[in-house]
Design a protein around this ligand. Structure first.
Ligand SMILES: *[C@@H]1O[C@H](CO)[C@@H](O)[C@H](O)[C@H]1NC(C)=O
Ligand SMILES: *[C@@H]1O[C@H](CO)[C@@H](O)[C@H](O)[C@H]1NC(C)=O
Ligand SMILES: *[C@@H]1O[C@H](CO)[C@@H](O)[C@H](O)[C@H]1NC(C)=O
Ligand SMILES: *[C@@H]1O[C@H](CO)[C@@H](O)[C@H](O)[C@H]1NC(C)=O
Ligand SMILES: *[C@@H]1O[C@H](CO)[C@@H](O)[C@H](O)[C@H]1NC(C)=O
Ligand SMILES: *[C@@H]1O[C@H](CO)[C@@H](O)[C@H](O)[C@H]1NC(C)=O
Length: 162
């Protein structure tokens, strides 16, 4: 294998590690944090793991974000809030395996600006593609290398044909 192929292998391995790393879950995707949405539909379509981020994008000053408990979520109240954010682009780490509740604290909650997410413990092995078998963890590394080799091969032979 040439040195450039080795370099590509290293690059592919790094990309693979990045691919299984933390995810930033953008609330509402390209529609952001705004009234009139059903964020239950959004959160049901995502899987959250410890170490992921949830991020809220909205017009600064118009809306905000409060982390509340279930009572606050059900009733749109911010008493006893755990935290609040208002930058318009708020990244909030989900560092515990628990259910989180977020609402807009200035009225938007009554118009759908509430979201609840369940954060799961990190799967073991970390690759979602590998069946969830805790004792199968050592299998991950060879699998990763195989995938990386496949990626490199396609890049390498692909460029060879051009
Ligand atoms: C949002 O969608 C969920 C899941 O389909 C549904 O149970 C819920 O009633 C909806 N909420 C609103 C306010 O429409
Ligand atoms: C669910 O997620 C998939 C893939 O990210 C996306 O294509 C789809 O539009 C989403 N559905 C909803 C209802 O958000
Ligand atoms: C929250 O709202 C429910 C009705 O939606 C009510 O029964 C309950 O007492 C409220 N809780 C608080 C703490 O206000
Ligand atoms: C939520 O927090 C409020 C204010 O601290 C408290 O009165 C309420 O009992 C809490 N609700 C739950 C479900 O923990
Ligand atoms: C928002 O959070 C700050 C601390 O970060 C706290 O001092 C402030 O009281 C909170 N505001 C509300 C309305 O809860
Ligand atoms: C998990 O892996 C172990 C050994 O690697 C195997 O003995 C066991 O049957 C597997 N369990 C499942 C549910 O696949």
């Amino acid at each position: 294998m040439s040195s450039s192929a080795h370099y590509l292998l290293l690059l592919a391995a790094c990309l693979l590690v990045a691919a299984v790393g933390a995810t930033d879950h953008i609330v509402g995707a390209n529609r952001g944090w705004n009234p009139g949405m059903n964020y239950t539909l959004w959160s049901n379509n995502q899987t959250f793991y410890v170490g992921d981020l949830i991020s809220f994008r909205y017009q600064k000053m118009q809306h905000n974000v409060f982390e509340v408990n279930q009572t606050g979520y059900d009733n749109c109240t911010t008493e006893g809030a755990v935290g609040n954010w208002s930058s318009g682009k708020d990244f909030i780490p989900l560092d515990k395996a628990q259910r989180y509740y977020f609402i807009c604290g200035n009225g938007g909650c009554y118009n759908g600006m509430k979201v609840s997410v369940v954060v799961h413990p990190l799967p073991s092995p970390p690759s979602a593609a590998v069946a969830a078998n805790k004792s199968a963890a050592p299998v991950v590394a060879p699998t990763a290398v195989k995938v990386a080799v496949a990626v490199v091969s396609s890049i390498w032979f692909g460029s060879g044909w051009i």
